[in-house]
Design a protein around this ligand. Structure first.
Ligand SMILES: *[C@@H]1O[C@H](CO)[C@@H](O)[C@H](O)[C@H]1NC(C)=O
Ligand SMILES: *[C@@H]1O[C@H](CO)[C@@H](O)[C@H](O)[C@H]1NC(C)=O
Ligand SMILES: *[C@@H]1O[C@H](CO)[C@@H](O)[C@H](O)[C@H]1NC(C)=O
Ligand SMILES: *[C@@H]1O[C@H](CO)[C@@H](O)[C@H](O)[C@H]1NC(C)=O
Ligand SMILES: *[C@@H]1O[C@H](CO)[C@@H](O)[C@H](O)[C@H]1NC(C)=O
Ligand SMILES: *[C@@H]1O[C@H](CO)[C@@H](O)[C@H](O)[C@H]1NC(C)=O
Ligand SMILES: *[C@@H]1O[C@H](CO)[C@@H](O)[C@H](O)[C@H]1NC(C)=O
Ligand SMILES: *[C@@H]1O[C@H](CO)[C@@H](O)[C@H](O)[C@H]1NC(C)=O
Ligand SMILES: *[C@@H]1O[C@H](CO)[C@@H](O)[C@H](O)[C@H]1NC(C)=O
Ligand SMILES: *[C@@H]1O[C@H](CO)[C@@H](O)[C@H](O)[C@H]1NC(C)=O
Ligand SMILES: *[C@@H]1O[C@H](CO)[C@@H](O)[C@H](O)[C@H]1NC(C)=O
Ligand SMILES: *[C@@H]1O[C@H](CO)[C@@H](O)[C@H](O)[C@H]1NC(C)=O
Ligand SMILES: [Cu+2]
Length: 560
């Protein structure tokens, strides 16, 4: 034990060194000029919305405990907001980003500085626009390194690479969604899947040489930070002749395991380690959609390569691999069922063992009347029969300033009328509309069962919760049984993440502690489903303790 004199001495020394060595480096400044950029892919040029002219956008790199300041300047004609996907934003909901939930949009010509601290998290996350369909091209990686001097809980790889998976439309994405909203039907699917912005070799009658190559040195290990930034498609990812050792998902460590194929939903991230232990050559990387429901998707395979660097760079032969079939549920399940929290002494899985609020949300599609639409009706989506309507004032602002009439705090805890959720339900397809939130006291524990419905068709919905990580304690097919299913829950080392796929025709159970005051969006991360209303918000009240309240809004917070 150090005496008080020693402690005082240490404080003085540290106090002198910190400003120079640590404190300065702990605030990371970024400037995001959001601009239109002419971009050519698939042999056609169009204007896309980008950060600093880049697609994908620049990578943010920071350490755990750092504060990140991103000054966003809107130079485009669209309203804008940016979400730091997976960042907990403890007490800083003002910097979370979903438009009309935590902030009003940054209007053309305006500026807003996001200001958040990376507390208790390390790994790969990403940022993306959270308004309209702008996130199709406005997205990029957000890497949180461990604190200085803290190692990874696995051997340090030789190098690290970011692989951002995306979707490319030849048309303007806003035209695509506007056309769909007008007709009431599903939007056009994308024309290509991209890897770091490139679709790969020959594509849909366009002989384009553009492809991302990952150069590796024989014998070395590489960590790939894989991000699904696609709008509407879950993706398989695979590399010819290379095992993937999975070490982290959604910026939480997992018990490492080997697999050939991973599946990543929009909003999810996965870190894998590969070893360059093959003979010199090029190895194909394939990215292809996973869809186990009768829903039309873009079936084009995105291609990249892992390229061994050799002293003779010519004539490397390429080893091919085929992606899994589009409906390979078994392959997807194999991967997701293998995920377990690391649950070590340093990184314990703090799974809530008791539940204060037990919620059952039926999630799926519906059909509502629409006089001007093609069929006289439009496809919608709902949670517990509520199709969420976006307010005109951000919910967080309405909550903080006690503005009434913006939302009601009566979101149903369970479906208003229970039914055979996964049966052939072809009646009662219409829904109610409303801006309803579910209120939670500070520090309450929540168990939320997300139950898919077969309304129109069952489908896998990747659900994303803002402001929290949650534990995935159980999942199953058919209808959730509150009597028998909880006996099989994993309350020891369930995977911890921020986005989880509700199985097609099944359910998933998650648990979290409401230890972050604010208004937090919960929504399907298939952008079309969010657009159709598959979303709601939790309102978490302030606690009584000194660090348990939402901070006051920044001075430059945009106004509606
Ligand atoms: C970018 O594209 C727009 C129309 O798509 C065109 O008017 C403009 O000239 C292009 N700019 C450049 C620098 O190529
Ligand atoms: C960022 O937010 C913190 C409070 O969370 C505040 O102390 C700090 O001044 C802010 N920085 C800027 C540049 O606004
Ligand atoms: C959607 O696809 C249809 C059929 O291919 C095409 O006619 C239409 O122009 C497309 N819409 C957009 C916005 O690209
Ligand atoms: C994708 O779907 C189209 C239309 O259904 C089909 O013609 C094509 O062969 C499919 N491509 C692949 C790679 O499966
Ligand atoms: C996947 O689709 C193919 C072609 O439609 C079909 O033959 C096969 O049975 C399907 N597999 C599964 C597991 O549903
Ligand atoms: C599931 O994983 C096991 C072990 O990794 C493997 O042997 C099996 O082939 C996999 N099955 C599928 C369908 O991928
Ligand atoms: C709506 O119209 C489309 C195109 O005309 C048709 O394919 C579809 O079956 C219709 N859907 C419903 C629910 O009526
Ligand atoms: C629900 O619907 C499914 C599919 O039609 C059926 O197999 C199942 O028996 C139904 N369950 C109940 C409880 O009615
Ligand atoms: C949803 O609400 C609408 C409007 O009240 C009603 O017609 C419909 O039956 C409800 N559907 C379900 C599944 O509860
Ligand atoms: C729901 O649908 C039923 C029958 O199709 C119709 O009578 C009722 O008016 C609809 N309700 C709403 C709120 O659209
Ligand atoms: C939150 O609740 C847990 C019990 O569920 C308790 O142990 C803990 O002290 C509480 N934390 C705060 C900050 O109230
Ligand atoms: C941009 O946001 C403001 C504030 O909510 C709103 O008044 C305006 O209509 C929006 N502009 C567009 C083009 O949607
Ligand atoms: Cu969905």
């Amino acid at each position: 034990m150090a005496s008080w004199v020693e402690k005082a001495l240490i404080l003085v020394i540290v106090g002198c060194l910190l400003p120079a060595l640590l404190v300065e480096s702990r605030v990371r400044h970024y400037k995001f000029n959001v601009v239109l950029k002419n971009h050519t892919r698939l042999c056609s040029t169009k204007q896309i919305v980008t950060v600093n002219g880049k697609y994908p956008g620049p990578t943010i790199v920071a350490r755990e405990d750092d504060t990140v300041l991103v000054k966003v300047v809107n130079h485009v004609k669209y309203n804008l907001s940016i979400h730091w996907h997976g960042v907990r934003q403890i007490r800083t909901g003002w910097s979370d980003g979903p438009a009309y939930i935590t902030q009003c949009p940054i209007q053309p010509g305006q500026t807003y500085t996001y200001n958040f601290t990376l507390t208790g998290q390390r790994g790969t996350l990403f940022y993306h626009a959270h308004i309209l369909w702008l996130r199709a091209t406005l997205h990029g990686a957000l890497i949180i390194l461990p604190k200085l001097g803290v190692p990874y809980p696995f051997p340090k790889p030789h190098k690290e690479n970011v692989l951002v998976l995306g979707e490319w439309w030849k048309s303007d994405v806003e035209a695509v969604i506007n056309e769909a909203l007008k007709s009431g039907l599903a939007p056009n699917v994308s024309d290509a899947h991209t890897i770091n912005g490139y679709p790969g070799l020959v594509h849909k009658n366009c002989n384009s040489p553009e492809m991302f190559n990952l150069n590796v040195k024989p014998g070395k290990k590489y960590m790939l930070r894989i991000i699904n930034a696609a709008l509407n498609e879950e993706l398989f990812f695979k590399i010819a002749n290379h095992h993937l050792t999975v070490v982290e998902v959604d910026a939480t460590y997992v018990k490492p395991f080997k697999t050939d194929t991973i599946v990543v939903s929009p909003g999810q991230t996965t870190n894998v380690i590969i070893e360059a232990n093959n003979k010199a050559g090029k190895y194909l990387v394939v990215v292809s959609p996973f869809m186990d429901a009768p829903v039309l998707v873009d079936n084009a395979t995105g291609l990249a390569s892992v390229r061994y660097t050799t002293s003779h760079p010519t004539a490397l032969s390429t080893t091919l691999t085929a992606p899994p079939p589009i409906n390979a549920t078994e392959v997807a399940d194999n991967f997701t069922n293998s995920l377990r929290a690391l649950n070590s002494k340093e990184y314990p899985a703090k799974v809530p063992q008791q539940v204060d609020h037990s919620l059952l949300f039926a999630v799926g599609l519906g059909v509502n009347p629409c006089k001007t639409c093609v069929n006289g009706s439009r496809v919608v989506a709902s949670i517990n029969n509520v199709t969420f309507v976006m307010p005109n004032i951000a919910l967080l602002q309405a909550h903080y300033s006690n503005i009434s009439g913006v939302f009601t705090a009566d979101f149903p805890a369970k479906p208003p009328t229970p039914f055979n959720y996964t049966g052939n339900q072809l009646t009662n397809l219409n829904t109610t509309t409303g801006t309803r939130v579910y209120k939670l006291p500070y520090n309450a524990t929540v168990q939320l069962v997300l139950q898919d419905t077969a309304m129109i068709a069952p489908e896998n919905h990747p659900f994303h919760l803002h402001g929290f990580n949650f534990f995935v304690v159980g999942k199953g097919l058919g209808n959730y049984s509150p009597k028998t299913d909880p006996t099989n829950f994993n309350l020891v080392d369930p995977v911890e993440r921020n986005t989880i796929g509700v199985p097609s025709g099944g359910w998933v159970a998650i648990r979290f502690r409401a230890d972050n005051p604010g208004v937090w969006f919960l929504h399907c991360h298939l952008e079309i489903h969010t657009t159709w209303g598959l979303k709601m918000a939790f309102l978490v009240e302030n606690g009584k303790g000194p660090n348990e309240s939402l901070i006051k809004p920044p001075r430059d917070i945009p106004k509606c």
